[in-house]
Design a protein around this ligand. Structure first.
Ligand code: TYD
Length: 224
């Protein structure tokens, strides 16, 4: 079986996590091996970088470089080997997050981000010039005001979560621009809807692509 690389994106509070777990289970139930991972993070080194970049103040270039440094290690150590084995790789955030948060949110130069993307996402497994990108990006889209309500009081916020709603409006616009540039890769999910309706949207995308065989009615593991 050939590997499958799916990323999950959206502003903080969009509700990705529980659905990613559910999808991992749905793929396993259909006999697929799943690598469940996240960015920044996914390796010992990248998790150390995550702790720094999510908590320490730094200038935007340093922040972008650390995101891509973590990504390079993650690609080499985890994502490429998993795809070579034929796993389904479910990755909680990838490069679109850098364009949305560091680019649109912080206002950092998008051309520099594109350059870094060119360097970091090269792969020996791909023809020269091709970059490693997710085959599908599930984009949890919802208004920043609703996300802020969902996040309020949930836990101690990290450096990004404590940003004002205007920051997340820019991040959301950043995701919308990325989606417009790669409409085949992005699947927009209306994340403001009830949980089971969000799940339904996600599974129907995967069924349509032929990657899940059947509609899974409720997220595996959720109460009947
Ligand atoms: P997140 O994925 O939301 O994890 P958790 O649910 O544990 O909070 O947190 C990662 C944060 O990092 C999120 O606020 C977005 C930010 N981020 C960037 O700013 N740039 C990036 O390239 C990535 C991958 C994440």
């Amino acid at each position: 079986m050939s590997g499958l690389f799916i990323s999950f994106e959206g502003i903080d509070g969009a509700g990705k996590s529980s659905h990613i777990e559910g999808l991992a289970q749905a793929f396993r139930d259909q006999g697929r091996r799943v690598t469940l991972t996240r960015e920044p993070g996914g390796t010992a080194l990248a998790e150390k970088l995550r702790a720094l970049v999510l908590n320490d103040a730094m200038d935007p270039l340093t922040e972008a470089l650390l995101m891509f440094a973590a990504r390079r290690d993650h690609l080499l150590q985890v994502i490429e080997p998993a795809l070579a084995r034929g796993d389904v790789v479910l990755c909680d955030r990838f490069t679109d997050a850098t364009f949305a948060y560091q680019g649109a949110g912080r206002g950092f130069d998008l051309d520099v981000l594109s350059q870094l993307e060119q360097w970091v996402q090269r792969s020996d497994a791909l023809p020269p010039g091709e970059l490693r990108q997710p085959q599908l990006t599930i984009w949890f889209d919802l208004p920043p005001e609703i996300a802020a309500q969902r996040l309020a009081g949930a836990r101690a916020p990290d450096k990004f979560e404590e940003q004002p709603v205007e920051f997340f409006r820019r991040v959301a616009d950043g995701y919308a621009s990325r989606a417009a540039q790669s409409p085949q890769r992005f699947a927009r999910i209306d994340a403001a809807r009830e949980r089971h309706l969000v799940w339904q949207q996600i599974t129907s995308v995967l069924v349509r692509r032929g990657w899940l065989a059947i509609m899974v009615a409720t997220p595996p593991g959720s109460p009947a």
